[in-house]
Write a protein that binds this ligand. Structure first.
Ligand code: PLP
Length: 395
């Protein structure tokens, strides 16, 4: 069937029409356990009552206001992000790609402003994913994403995963910044070691290079701290956010250290919709929930329990799964060749559970952060059934 929608997604044969907490429901009202969260977006679950009432109230009051005027909910959200990260300034946009692309613009502008006009290049890490704009495709440098979109945008260099020496070797007098995902998401849930992040911070500082963290997927509590970089005890220069910040309402944000972000003067960037009253009201509502006492403690508790259960599962079904990895509730299960992660996800769907394939033959488990032990037990039962089914076929 030819649809009017551009065929850029190989979609599952599923149509969901509503959601509630950790569950989504299809047209027949069949219930699915959602451990994909719309790819790490539904941070506080589907239709969280606080988000629903906030959005309803805002919709009755004021939807859109141009950035030509002050937007109080935008100012409040910026203040809260900065108060909970590092002293800086925030620009709001509508997606992850826009937030990361702005991070690169800010890095170039700052270097230019302080007299380093030669510094414009950005070093990224193999396996990275930073979005689908032309520049972010160049940053991610994945052949499958670049196919047919050449020539590749200049200004990006890529180094192997996990090697500080490789980054050091790649820094030239033209390097403006290094960009990292503290935990690679699309690349297959690959956490950067904390020592690596610390060494990277030092290397950047020593070389007058800015450190950009892409927390589009790992941010907003997903790894058990509000931002994943916190675990390393470092402060980045620039941070990109999106996904979980809106809990399902489109919003992105670029946070930059005061000195760095203030290089962006009036007229240097803009967005029609970015940070409008609807988006920032919801962003504030998400923070109300995630920053509430005990919320992140629960994420960490659930993570501890889940990892234990998953370790046991991997030990029991070593013919299907070889590894569980990740941080907090950003978890990956690596499938054993020839079992494909896509096959594993299809099998989960048969048992009414959603998860998301990622690179390196990994199945991503990224549930809403509001889950409790009941959800974990339900997930483990379904994962066990799936391992049993796939293990039988393959051995
Ligand atoms: N950066 C990271 C780390 C991501 O995981 C993604 C999306 O998966 C993006 C950027 C791009 O976000 P968006 O799809 O909202 O443009």
């Amino acid at each position: 069937m030819v649809l009017s929608v551009m065929p850029t997604y190989a979609r599952y044969d599923l149509t969901f029409v509503r959601g509630d907490g950790a569950y989504v429901f299809d047209e027949k009202d069949d219930r699915f356990l959602d451990f994909g969260s719309g790819i790490a977006v539904n941070s506080v679950g589907h239709c969280h009552p606080h988000l629903v009432s906030t959005l309803q109230n805002q919709a009755k009051t004021f939807w859109h206001c141009s950035n030509l005027y002050r937007i109080p909910s935008q100012n409040i959200l910026a203040d809260r992000l900065v108060a909970n990260s590092f002293p800086g300034v925030v620009f709001f946009n509508n997606s992850g790609a826009e937030a990361v692309e702005l991070a690169v613009k800010v890095a170039r502008k700052y270097q230019n402003k302080i007299g380093n006009s030669k510094k414009y290049r950005v070093i990224s890490i193999e396996g990275a994913f930073h979005g689908r704009s032309l520049a972010m495709l160049a940053a991610g440098r994945q052949a499958k994403h670049l196919d047919g979109f050449g020539p590749i945008v200049d200004g990006f260099d890529q180094v192997v995963f996990g090697s500080i020496d490789a980054i050091e070797g790649a820094i030239t007098e033209e390097t403006a910044a290094v960009i990292v995902e503290p935990v690679q998401g699309e690349g297959g849930i690959r956490p950067m070691e904390l020592g690596y992040l610390r060494a990277l911070r030092e290397l950047c500082t020593d070389n007058g290079v800015l450190l950009i963290v892409d927390e589009v997927q790992s941010g907003i509590g997903r790894t058990g701290t509000l931002f994943a970089y916190e675990r390393a005890g470092i402060i980045p220069d620039i941070m990109a956010l999106a996904k979980g910040l809106g809990g399902g309402f489109p919003i992105g944000a670029c946070v930059a250290r005061d000195e760095v972000g203030c290089a962006m003067g009036a007229g240097s960037h803009g967005s029609t919709f970015g940070g409008n009253p609807l988006a920032t009201a919801v962003g504030n509502a998400v923070l109300d929930v995630v920053l509430a006492n005990g919320f992140l403690d629960n994420v960490n508790r659930m993570s501890g329990i889940f990892f234990k259960l998953l370790d046991d599962l991997v030990a029991e079904y070593s013919n299907v799964l070889s590894e569980v990895r990740g941080v907090g509730l950003m978890i990956g299960l690596k499938c054993v060749d020839p079992i494909k992660n896509s096959e594993f996800v299809e099998e989960l769907i048969k048992e009414n559970m959603l998860a998301v394939p990622a690179g390196d033959n990994v199945v991503r488990l990224i549930p809403p952060l509001i889950i409790d032990e009941t959800h974990l037990n339900e997930a483990i039962n379904i994962l066990r059934l799936t391992c049993k089914a796939l293990g039988k076929n393959k051995s």
